[in-house]
Design a protein around this ligand. Structure first.
Ligand code: GCB
Length: 625
């Protein structure tokens, strides 16, 4: 489907000063990435769906454009055509196809969809009343992994990448009255995709986030970024999209601060302004997550958001939040809701349930949103509830480092993630990779992503979860992290599983030595052990998969961590048991069981160990909990 993929990257990058070697050609603008608060018509709900394992609706059996009998996206009404022409032949009938409620992965649509990977067609009708002189867009929060979108039988655009938003302009194509929208969703991931096919989580194919029809002014505020700079000033960057974008008057208003900044866009429709913060500005922090309503206006268009103001920086081996050292009391999360049949349907209530278990249950001030961009619902709630966030892209394990298309896909999703979420005060760390083996090709690939982060957002920390080497010295294991990528990062993440994936006795874990660069903050971005909720082993040496083993593993790993002088945070693996097809033993049954709570929310013994540790740490650091 790559021919239909519209790459937005060049313009996102052109929005920022280019560095040597990063010159990009002009391309269509990335429309409406930071636009989830724009009013629009909700198009989720009931959609017909139809599997197409041989992709017959896209390619005929000799590779040709399919004829009308195969074209599920064609604007044909099968029953009406058959009524007219009883000899007509169709190999599909979307109107008679089963119906599912979106958003949500397709695995719970029907039992036979549980393990389906491939192409699925979705279709629905909607009524529209487009206003003359305005522009219309179809905006998708996320479609996993590739999408082709058709309106009234015409292909209008597509997207690659399962976790970031995209908008497709349909001005002049959306009709007053009835419209038919069809989306071809292909969940197939291969050796060149991001992520690759081998991971440790469920690949939820489908339309997993919101779908809306947006209507904008002919020239509108396509993107705005309102923030506190590293030097503590309030700054705004905005970019207009449309025929009147150049030299247009623009204005930022933060009513509660009595702050208004006005100016005009440049020849490319961009505007930058900044001012010292008003004295009454209350800074955002996990203890006091104050948000302000902000608006950027241009002509008749108004972009709005709710924004917190804070600084986050690294000084030596410390992480400073608003100038004060902070220890990140965190936990990792997958985007998967509580319940026995998760479908990656993250409603505000589902996201709140997950984050509340971290914030209130564990006394956390930090979450690692692994291993891909989670939805805006979650990052907005982190802003509101007061949780710092590690945000990452699915550059995971074995990526096709040498493939330019893979790099382009990774850069596009990184840019979309940053542009979507850089107004979120909660985001503290942009992470570019998880457990990727050191090699020249990998370092060049990740070096390009590191440059992109610096160019797109200079107000946050850059991180990655790195691999370590193990050796024996004087009878004790020593873990060494000497990945050259660390020199590019602000925060080094290390995932450690001594005592779980190794044969170490838990009693020996606290004595394990660590050799890491001493001049930067280190986070244990993962550690964990599986336990089946309700399985107990009260022996002195409990067996793996028991709650007691997981409890003792946490105690031992926390004791080991306490000896590392540069440790500035923890995000153990993981809050909740999550689906993973690679985990099939009797305890697991399709779930990675390293959750501190089960998939239905039952807390395990280790939960209390971590909650007590964090409560003590918060009290020691003088934080609310
Ligand atoms: C890791 C991975 C994570 C896995 C976890 C595990 O290092 O980053 O995705 O789920 O280990 O449970 O093995």
């Amino acid at each position: 489907m790559s021919g239909a993929v519209r790459t937005i990257l060049p313009v996102v990058l052109a929005f920022w000063p280019a560095t040597a070697g990063a010159q990009q050609a002009a391309a269509p603008p990335p429309a409406l990435v930071a636009a989830d608060l724009r009013p629009g018509t909700d198009l989720t709900g009931q959609w017909h769906y139809s599997i197409d394992p041989y992709r017959a609706g896209i390619r005929g059996f000799h590779g040709e454009t399919p004829n009308a009998s195969e074209r599920r996206w064609a604007e044909v009404d099968v029953p009406a055509t058959l009524a007219r022409d009883r000899a007509a032949l169709f190999e599909f009938d979307m109107a008679a196809a089963p119906v599912a409620t979106l958003p949500g992965g397709w695995m719970t649509h029907a039992p036979e969809m549980r393990h389906y990977q491939g192409l699925v067609w979705y279709q629905r009708h909607f009524t529209a009343a487009p206003t003359a002189g305005k522009r219309q867009f179809l905006r998708f929060g996320a479609v996993n992994y590739r999408a082709r979108v058709y309106l009234n039988g015409v292909e209008v655009g597509g997207h690659e990448g399962g976790f970031t938003p995209f908008a497709i302009e349909v001005t002049g194509r959306v009709r007053g009255g009835d419209n038919q929208v069809t989306v071809a969703v292909d969940s197939t991931v291969d050796a060149t995709s991001v992520p690759p096919p081998v991971t440790d989580w469920e690949n939820y194919g489908g339309i997993t986030r919101d779908v809306r029809l947006l209507e904008t002014a002919a020239t509108f505020v396509d993107d705005a970024w309102v923030r506190l700079t590293r030097t503590g000033r309030i700054a705004v960057d905005a970019r207009l999209n449309g025929g009147a974008a150049a030299g247009a008057p623009v204005r930022l208003t933060i009513a509660a601060l009595g702050l208004t900044l006005s100016g005009r866009t440049d020849a490319e429709g961009r505007w930058h302004a900044e001012a010292p913060p008003p004295r009454r500005l209350a800074r955002w922090s996990p203890d006091s997550p104050r948000l302000y309503d902000v608006a950027v206006e241009a002509g008749e268009d108004r972009w709005r958001d709710r924004v917190g103001f804070r600084t986050i920086e690294r000084r030596g081996r410390d992480i400073l939040l608003n100038g004060r050292p902070v220890f990140l009391r965190g936990v990792s999360l997958h985007e998967e809701e509580f319940g026995g049949a998760p479908a990656r349907a993250i409603t505000p209530a589902a996201a709140r349930a997950l984050l509340a278990e971290a914030k209130t249950g564990l006394h956390a001030n930090f979450v690692r949103l692994a291993h891909y961009p989670h939805g805006e619902v979650t990052t907005r709630l982190a802003d509101e509830m007061g949780l710092l966030v590690w945000s990452e892209v699915p550059v995971y394990w074995l990526i096709a480092w040498d493939n330019p298309a893979t790099l382009a896909a990774a850069r596009a999703m990184l840019a979309e993630n940053i542009v979507r979420d850089r107004n979120r005060a909660a985001i503290a760390i942009w992470s570019i990779a998880n457990e990727t083996p050191d090699s020249p090709a990998r370092n060049a690939f990740l070096g390009a992503l590191a440059d992109d982060v610096r160019r797109l957002d200079d107000t946050r920390l850059l991180g990655a979860a790195l691999l370590t080497r193990r050796s024996e010295e004087g009878g004790h294991p020593v873990m060494t992290m000497d990945d050259p990528l660390a020199t590019r990062l602000d925060v080094m993440g290390i995932n450690t599983y001594n005592g779980w994936y190794t044969a170490d006795r838990l009693a020996d874990v606290p004595a394990i030595g660590w050799r890491v660069p001493a001049d930067k903050p280190l986070i244990f971005s993962e550690f964990g052990a599986d336990a089946k909720a309700g399985f107990h082993d009260t022996a002195a040496d409990p067996r793996k998969f028991s709650e007691e083993f997981q409890r003792d593993y946490y105690a031992a790993t926390l004791a080991m961590a306490a000896k590392i002088p540069s440790l500035r945070g923890l995000s153990p693996w993981i809050l909740k048991d999550f689906r993973s097809p690679r985990r099939q033993n009797g305890w697991q049954q399709g779930y990675n069981r390293k959750g501190l709570v089960s998939e239905t929310g039952q807390r395990k013994l280790a939960f209390g160990v971590l909650a007590d540790f964090y409560a003590g740490r918060a009290a020691h650091d003088g934080h609310a909990r």
